[in-house]
Each structure stands twice: as structure tokens, then as C-alpha cells.
Design a protein around this ligand. Structure first.
Ligand code: DX5
Ligand code: ZN
Length: 228
């Protein structure tokens, strides 16, 4: 599969919701690849965020694909609603369903890309039987539920494992990371095999979110060209 260059997906969890339209425009103009939308239900993770109506509004406000990260129990019951609200990629946690194959199939039936997310304590082997038919594996590099946490360095090993599996079997999934991603660790993440970077705080909690996106893009591009 031919994957286009590194995806940079700003997470709106860290954006100012009172000016969400402007925040999105700034990162879109700076060359962001997608908008990452964190949906939390207060059960799967100890926090509540946003849901279907916001995805619906975003789909009218931007041409960028919407990547919807479901940190919710029973994700399968909500796939259709998020897909019809305008999601382009739906990311579900391996830990949130006993029927991952069924949920992934339902995402594809809605013509969305399917991504599966691994919490820091979940090993890659839990996805072994699914890797040939998903578009992304999202490695949580913090414990999900909150923005602004510190990157867990042990996750580099998991990223490298996924990269090795992908090249050994010629799989097409993207390797995404979420949590504590900054311009400073971008090059190391890309060198380890990541091709999708989700970042909230390091983009939106700055004076100039567009500049943060451009900086990440620059570091990612430089690191890609140094890959062997
Ligand atoms: C955390 C969310 C992340 C979060 C990342 O549970 O899944 O997408 O927004 O935030 P930062 O980049 O601030 O760690
Ligand atoms: Zn997320």
C-alpha cells in the first residue's frame, strides 16, 4: 500500500472551543492532514468530552478528514452515528470491545477507515489477527482521558515492533501516536516508524498553532528523508 507522507492530526481537545472554527482554519492553512476528535464517555476513560454534534459541525467547517477517536464503552453501537456525522477514520480501542473484528467490519461498511487503538499496557500481539485489514494502529503514548500528559518513553519499543511487523508482512496500516507528541519528539517518532502524529497541547496551547503544525511538518519531513 502506498501511504502518503506523514499525517499531522491536531487534536481539538486542547483547542479553545469558543473559537473552534478559527482554530481549525489555522491548522488547516498550516498544512495539517486531518483533525483528531477525542470522544470520551466518562466510563471507558475518567473524563467526558464531545460527541456526534461536534463532528457534524466540524464536517461542515473543514475539508480536512476527521479522525474520530472513540474512548467509549460499546464503541460498535456508535460507529454508524459518527460515520454519518462525517467521520473519515474511526479509531476504536482494542480494550473496549470483545468483538473487534465485528466493529472493524462495521466501520468499513460505513465506508470509513478503521483504526485500532492500544492503551500503553496492551501489547501489539492483541492485534495480530487484525493487522491485515485495518488502516491504522494508534499507539497511546499516555493513558487516555486527558490532554497535556507526559509521553511514556517505553512506547517506542511498541512502535518499532509495529514497524517491523508491517514491513515483514507488507501490511498497509499507518502507525499513529497520541499523547505527549511535540515538535521536539517528532523526529524520533518518525525515525521509529510513525507516520501519523496526533498532538493537542503542543499545537493549540501555543500562541501560534499554525506555526506549531509547520514546525512538526518540517521535522517530520527531515526525519523521513533520513530514513533508510
Ligand atoms: C488523550 C487523547 C489525545 C489528547 C492528546 O486521551 O486521546 O488525543 O488530545 O493530547 P496531548 O497532545 O496534549 O497529549
Ligand atoms: Zn486521541
Amino acid at each position: 500500500m502506498n501511504r502518503s507522507p506523514i499525517e499531522i492530526a491536531p487534536s481539538i481537545l486542547a483547542a479553545d472551543f469558543t473559537i473552534l472554527g478559527q482554530e481549525i482554519k489555522a491548522v488547516e492553512e498550516a498544512g495539517a492532514s486531518a483533525i483528531h476528535v477525542d470522544v470520551m464517555d466518562g466510563h471507558f476513560v475518567p473524563n467526558i468530552s464531545i460527541g456526534v454534534p461536534i463532528v457534524e459541525s466540524l464536517s461542515k467547517a473543514t475539508r480536512l478528514p476527521l479522525h474520530v477517536h472513540l474512548m467509549i464503552e460499546r464503541p460498535g453501537e456508535f460507529v454508524q452515528a459518527f460515520a454519518r456525522a462525517g467521520a473519515h477514520r474511526i479509531l476504536v480501542h482494542q480494550e473496549a470491545t470483545a468483538h473487534l473484528d465485528r466493529v472493524v467490519a462495521s466501520i468499513h461498511e460505513e465506508n470509513c477507515e478503521a483504526g485500532v487503538v492500544l492503551n500503553p499496557a496492551t501489547p501489539t500481539v492483541m492485534l495480530k489477527e487484525m493487522l491485515d485489514r485495518i488502516e491504522a494502529v494508534l499507539v497511546m503514548t499516555v493513558n487516555p482521558g486527558f490532554g497535556g500528559q507526559k509521553f511514556i518513553p517505553q512506547m517506542f519499543e511498541k512502535i518499532r515492533e509495529l514497524r517491523d511487523l508491517r514491513s515483514r508482512y507488507n501490511y498497509g496500516f499507518r502507525i499513529a501516536v497520541d499523547g505527549g507528541v511535540t515538535p521536539e519528539n517528532t523526529a524520533e517518532l518518525v525515525a521509529a516508524g510513525c507516520d501519523s502524529l496526533v498532538a493537542g497541547t503542543s499545537i493549540f496551547h501555543t500562541k501560534n498553532p499554525g506555526a506549531a503544525v509547520r514546525q512538526m511538518r518540517q521535522f517530520a519531513t527531515e526525519a523521513t528523508s533520513q530514513r533508510v
